[in-house]
Design a protein around this ligand. Structure first.
Ligand code: BYC
Ligand code: FE
Ligand code: FE
Length: 471
């Protein structure tokens, strides 16, 4: 155990200089710990986990590894270092000074963006709370908990903004963040994907590949914000996000590797009876989690998104690096809309297409993940290619929500959809099969039979290292 910093709440925002804020956060802290106890990982409060803790934002500070009990994890508040004289980079006010306080006219919109972002963080912890009980290895168990504590820290990051800049309203929102519950019909989490159950590790790896990647792109867009504390908070969160995406990408890849090994060993595609997961079933999980995550970008045409961009609240991913022009005025974007039951291409204003622009960037990033998976298949000399379904497939938000499309994007009638969706999405029976594979493996170095071991351990440790010391 360690004691680096005696502050109750580790931070680089000089909390001691603001006693009122400090008191407000110290008041919220026990509520957070109670929430963690009730809704965080089930069954491991006494286990010692080999976790990395952020204790600063520099190279040494943000990756401090030690065995820690999760309830004693030090959730801190860290902002990326300020850029001196940072100017507004996009929207109507380009070139003006960025804001260190919330401008009155943007108070409502900023609060809404921050609350929506914040809500996903505890939601994901709630969704994943039972996974520890059926982990495929201690290595994976540790990675799950690392993701969980960091999503907890992301909640802290947003609650700091709410408490610090939004007064009474912000404190009320912070309380609400601990009151909503993933999947609860009376008081659900805000965005749909965060109300889906995650009861098996394949779903966890798909979620960390596709849904945490939505997180990456939303954070990239908010890291451009003219509201400087938000931009700096998101920048630091992005450094942690990389590990979540690694867990997902390599998790699925290890499942694929194991499946390919079993296919070659037994000379069949159908490896379920050998305890493996068929590649075709993996494709269905991809279809499910990718389409659900696409919804998180909002409608194709969004006046909210246009207003956020105009006001400089939320930009595009890599706004400065990737785009030459940052006002996005007088330009158009072609989208396919459903008009009188027909797909029709329409030019809409670029600003109102900002959700779609971000979704495009996200899709390109997902394609890279699939390329790596397909390479794994190829290395086993197996003829199978994973594909992302069309963006119209299985959508619940936006233009395509009330229609049915196949994974190639072709329009279906309701009957065709009901007949064929079992070919594209996991059936109840298949979900049960995946669940039946989820037997806990908790001896150091051992691995469940449906997943291959990782190529290397965490932080240079061996694969049979005690990543988790069970009590
Ligand atoms: N489910 O105008 P529209 C992460 C609502 S993930 C349910 O298109 P807008 C993480 C919308 O609220 C990143 N409702 O929306 C990952 C609106 O409601 P009202 C999270 C939805 O505002 C893994 C209405 O539909 N961060 O960090 O353009 C683990 C019309 O929508 C959904 C953010 O989301 C949905 N999926 O865009 C842990 C960033 N989508 O006004 C963490 C902040 C939309 O009609 N949020 N609606 O009542 C935003 O930027 C925007 O709010 C959104 C929506 C992109 C989400
Ligand atoms: Fe997060
Ligand atoms: Fe994440």
């Amino acid at each position: 155990m360690y004691a680096i910093n005696n502050n109750k709440i580790p931070n680089n925002v000089n909390l001691d200089s603001d006693p009122r804020l400090k008191r407000a956060l110290e008041h919220w802290q026990p509520d957070f710990i109670r929430w963690w106890g009730a809704m965080g990982p089930e069954g491991f409060s006494q286990a010692e986990i080999y976790l990395r803790t952020a204790i600063g934002v520099d190279a040494q500070g943000w990756a401090f590894y030690d065995h820690v009990r999760m309830p004693e994890y030090r959730w801190g508040i860290f902002l990326a270092p300020p850029e001196p004289e940072r100017l507004i980079k996009f929207g109507d006010d380009i070139g003006r000074k960025t804001w260190s306080e919330v401008p009155g006219e943007h108070r409502f919109a900023l609060r809404r963006l921050i609350v929506t972002q914040a809500d996903t963080e505890p939601a994901s912890v709630e969704q994943q709370r039972l996974l520890g009980l059926c982990c495929p290895s201690l290595y994976d168990l540790r990675n799950l908990f690392q993701v969980n504590v960091e999503e907890g820290r992301h909640l802290w990051a947003m609650v700091y903004l709410l408490h610090s800049y939004f007064g009474r309203d912000g404190r009320d929102e912070a309380d609400e963040l601990l009151a909503r519950r993933s999947g609860n019909s009376d008081n659900p989490r805000i965005l749909n994907t965060f109300n889906e159950a995650i009861e098996d590790w394949l779903s966890f790896f798909m979620f960390t590949t596709f849904t945490d990647r939505d997180g990456k792109f939303q954070l990239l867009a908010l890291a451009e914000s003219s509201f400087d504390p938000l931009a700096r908070t998101c920048k630091f969160m992005l450094t942690e996000e990389a590990h979540h995406l690694f867990v997902g990408q390599t998790g699925v890849q290890r499942v694929i590797r194991r499946s390919c090994e079993l296919m070659n060993e037994h000379d069949t595609d159908d490896i379920g009876r050998f305890g493996g997961i068929n590649l075709a079933l993996l494709q269905k999980y991809i279809n499910y989690w990718y389409s659900s995550s696409l919804d998180l970008f909002g409608s194709e045409i969004s006046s909210n998104a246009a207003n956020y961009f105009a006001a400089g609240l939320k930009g595009r991913a890599y706004e400065e690096k990737l785009f030459k022009e940052h006002r996005a005025c007088g330009q158009t974007y072609a989208v396919e809309l459903m008009i009188n039951g027909q797909l029709t291409t329409k030019d809409i204003t670029l600003r109102s297409a900002m959700n779609e622009v971000l979704r495009d960037a996200y899709t390109r990033d997902c394609e890279k993940a699939l390329e790596k998976w397909n390479k794994e298949v190829l290395e086993h000399h197996i003829n199978f290619t994973f594909e992302l379904p069309h963006r119209r497939f299985n959508r619940s938000v936006g233009e395509y929500a009330n229609w049915h499309f196949d994974p190639k994007g072709l329009l279906l009638d309701t009957q065709q959809w009901h007949e064929r969706q079992k070919n594209w999405l996991p059936t109840t029976h298949e979900r049960q099969f995946i669940k039946s594979l989820m037997k806990p493996v908790t001896k150091p170095g051992l691995m469940a039979g449906w997943i291959a071991p990782p190529h290397k351990g965490i932080n240079g440790q061996a694969l049979d290292f005690s990543y988790v010391r069970l009590s």
